[in-house]
Design a protein around this ligand. Structure first.
Ligand SMILES: O=C(O)c1ccccc1NCC(=O)[C@H](O)[C@H](O)COP(=O)(O)O
Length: 252
């Protein structure tokens, strides 16, 4: 699946190189600071997500800015916006709309493999981007990480396995590491996957558990294992309202 997504990304990047003109970037809000300072433990990155390869359409009536505003009111520390068009039915314009609506840091969740996508992310108002270890060699990821930092963007470095984590740590030490609980071969999710990998993450790195977080029990398990933050999409998108979804997760 990941390879299929990346092949489409390469076509999009060719167009971006032709079309994208750099313009002054907006002031950035730190994702790292927001997660570190959140009063909720683990801190919440609430995701705006219309559809996914595993579930198809998740939310028919989809107004990203309204959902993000409700997440902010519900106590989220940051907002994640899926901007991939082909597989997630998102758009860069969704992020622009969300950024105009909230004061929280906004993470661009997409498949970033080229510097031009980072320039574009900074330009459309993202405060942070996702870099996926499975999508490239650690050396290339480090190069993109440094480039993003020059653009004042925080980076969430995502791993699926201990091997990917060690490959990254051999090259550099990111400030934020995301552990994705979704097995991309069959789309199954398992939150205990976070714990199995988090034990290899050195002190001082902020750890985010991503995908398949559905219940207050899942959250309790992650809290008990000192996970700093969670990234939740589908569960909140399917809740009767975003605020209610957050309340149920945090057991309120
Ligand atoms: O969500 C998918 O089906 C998916 C498939 C292939 C690659 C990535 C995918 N999701 C991206 C994400 O990482 C999630 O949107 C994010 O972690 C939130 O997950 P969830 O709470 O399970 O919606």
């Amino acid at each position: 699946m990941l390879q299929q997504i990346l092949d489409v990304k390469k076509e999009e990047i060719t167009k971006l190189h032709r079309e994208f003109e750099g313009q002054p970037n907006q002031k950035k809000v730190s994702l790292y600071e927001a997660l570190s300072n959140s009063s909720q433990k683990p801190a919440l990155i609430a995701e705006v997500k219309k559809a996914s390869p595993s579930k198809g359409i998740i939310k028919e009536h989809y107004v990203p800015s309204e959902i993000a505003a409700a997440y902010e009111q519900g106590g989220a520390a940051a907002i994640s916006v899926l901007t991939d068009q082909r597989f997630f039915r998102g758009h860069a314009a969704d992020l622009v709309a969300v950024k105009q609506m909230v004061s929280l840091p906004v993470l661009r969740k997409d498949f970033i493999i080229d510097k031009v996508q980072i320039r574009e992310s900074a330009h459309i108002g993202a405060d942070a981007i996702l870099l996926i270890a499975a999508a490239m060699e650690p050396g290339k990821l480090h190069e993109l990480y440094e480039y993003a930092r020059e653009e004042n963007l925080d980076c969430l470095v995502e791993v699926h396995s201990v091997e990917e984590l060690e490959g990254i740590l051999d090259v550099f030490t990111p400030k934020l590491i995301g552990i994705n609980n979704r097995d991309l071969r069959n789309f199954n999710t398992d939150v205990t996957h976070t714990e199995a990998i988090a034990r290899y993450i050195p002190e001082g790195i902020l750890t985010v558990s991503e995908s398949g977080i559905k219940t207050a029990e899942d959250l309790k398990f992650l809290r008990e294992h000192n996970i700093d933050a969670i990234l939740v999409g589908e569960t909140l998108m399917r809740a009767s309202s975003p605020g209610k979804g957050i309340q149920l997760l945090y057991g309120e």
